[in-house]
Design a binder for this molecule. Structure first.
Ligand SMILES: C[S@@+](CC[C@H](N)C(=O)[O-])C[C@H]1O[C@@H](n2cnc3c(N)ncnc32)[C@H](O)[C@@H]1O
Length: 203
């Protein structure tokens, strides 16, 4: 479905509804609130689409990788930012490179898990969580679904309980906020001792 939507946009059709050509405001607000600075640490953007969020993290000083399973989106991202230092790759959340395990200081997941069928949510959330480095942070942005309510997706927004799926092994759910008038989750997870995500130079 996603590859079809990106290919359609490429052919002059409607652009994907989630893309508005700029970094996601919910990510920017989170980063600005803590004066986030990458300081050469590694960041990963899951389901990066055209790459605006990955470019944003790179501009904050992260060595950034973005991946998406839609080859047309990745090709467009490379074209859009020809001088970019972001690594843009085709990869599937459910089949990720082994060397990515526990590697990234910051992982940003925005709206990807909920775009997958509900029976894949737990596996996808755990696989995304496994990419976070010791002392690293996972930011999850998703739209909300009340516990027990049924939705006809896609998308299949996440319930509060589904956010717990990301907290696998020693990854701990530190903070969950309902933002955008209750329509979105913003959740922060990290490994090890409680610490601030402001891990690189903020005040
Ligand atoms: C709703 S869009 C969100 C895009 C972007 N993260 C954002 O917040 O605007 C979901 C993205 O996840 C990608 N995606 C869906 N399932 C995926 C999977 N299994 N592996 C990698 N990418 C996936 C889609 O191609 C699409 O670009």
């Amino acid at each position: 479905m996603f590859e079809g939507m990106y290919a359609g946009a490429e052919a002059g059709g409607a652009k994907p509804p989630w893309d508005y050509g700029a970094p996601r405001p919910q990510l920017v607000a989170w980063a600005e609130a803590q004066n986030l600075a990458g300081g050469g640490r590694e960041a990963l953007v899951v389901g990066c689409g055209y790459g605006a969020d990955a470019e944003y993290l790179a501009s904050l000083g992260y060595r950034t990788t973005g991946f998406d399973f839609a080859p047309t989106a990745i090709a467009a991202a490379r074209r859009k930012y020809p001088a970019s230092e972001v690594k843009c790759l085709v990869a599937d959340v459910l089949d990720l490179p082994g060397e990515w395990q526990r590697r990234f200081d910051l992982v940003v997941e925005s709206l990807t898990v909920q775009s997958m069928p509900p029976e894949q949510h737990t596996e996808a959330a755990q696989k995304i969580g496994s990419l976070v480095a010791p002392e690293g942070t996972l930011l999850v942005l998703a739209t909300t679904r009340d516990e027990g309510s049924e939705v006809k997706g896609p998308p299949w927004p996440l319930s509060r309980v589904e956010l717990e799926d990301f907290a696998h092994g020693d990854l701990i759910l530190r903070r969950v906020e309902r933002i955008e008038g209750g329509a979105w989750w913003r959740a922060e997870l990290s490994r090890g001792e409680a610490h601030s995500t402001n891990h690189a130079g903020g005040s």
